[in-house]
Ligand binder design. Sequence first.
Ligand SMILES: Nc1nc2c(ncn2[C@@H]2O[C@H](COP(=O)(O)OP(=O)(O)OP(=O)(O)O)[C@@H](O)[C@H]2O)c(=O)[nH]1
Ligand SMILES: [Mg+2]
Length: 224
Amino acid sequence: MNRIPLEKKVLSENDRIAAELRQRFAEHGILCLNLVSSPGAGKTALLEGTLGAFPRDQRVAVLTGDIQTDSDAVRLARFGFPVRQITTGGTCHLDARMIEKALADWRLEDLDLLFIENVGNLVCPSSYDLGEAAKVVVLSVAEGEEKPLKYPSMFIRSELLILNKIDLLPYVPFDLAKARQNAQKVHLGIEMLEVSCVTGEGLPQWQGWLEKRLSSSSRKLAAT
Ligand SMILES: Nc1nc2c(ncn2[C@@H]2O[C@H](COP(=O)(O)OP(=O)(O)OP(=O)(O)O)[C@@H](O)[C@H]2O)c(=O)[nH]1
Ligand SMILES: [Mg+2]
């Protein structure tokens, strides 16, 4: 049995669509971020904290992926920004065609920032380019500090690591210094932030990171 050629074909088709999406995002000056993590690390909670702090006129939208249910979209729609659920019906990751389809009737000229919340899975989403400017990986302190070593590709491909649920540090045997060290071991130079979506600690630093990223993508647009 030879499975490699088919996998290659699927991924190269995905890369072709992702390249087109990246081009469209660049033309419209949209910063697109792909949030990845294992199930329950806090991607939706981070987006709730993020959208909740934005002014009403922020040009932001969210695509959120899940295998079943639209519960994340319901949570996020409360903030009044465009949100669309992508239900994969079994597939454990989003792919570029799903993003293309979900955006088909959206006016990209109305957006500066697009968040994609990927399906909770620390493995498969790392192989699928969605045309994003960067992946942001969320790791919660309840998951164990060895995760960057066990699931390296997600950390290698992410620009930023958000260590979430730091409010739980007094209750779980999680070695924060070791987690940071492990992340640097697999991806030297990865940026890292410590956050609690419950207490709000670290969210201003995340907002600062977003502002920095948004201003560099609008500078790029102005230069073209
Ligand atoms: N204590 C604590 N709980 C948190 C924090 N962030 C999220 N949670 C809780 O963790 C659970 C999962 O959070 P979600 O935001 O749904 O996680 P997710 O990554 O979006 O999950 P999936 O979409 O299923 O992959 C929820 O019960 C949240 O309330 C945090 O900083 N501290
Ligand atoms: Mg979620």
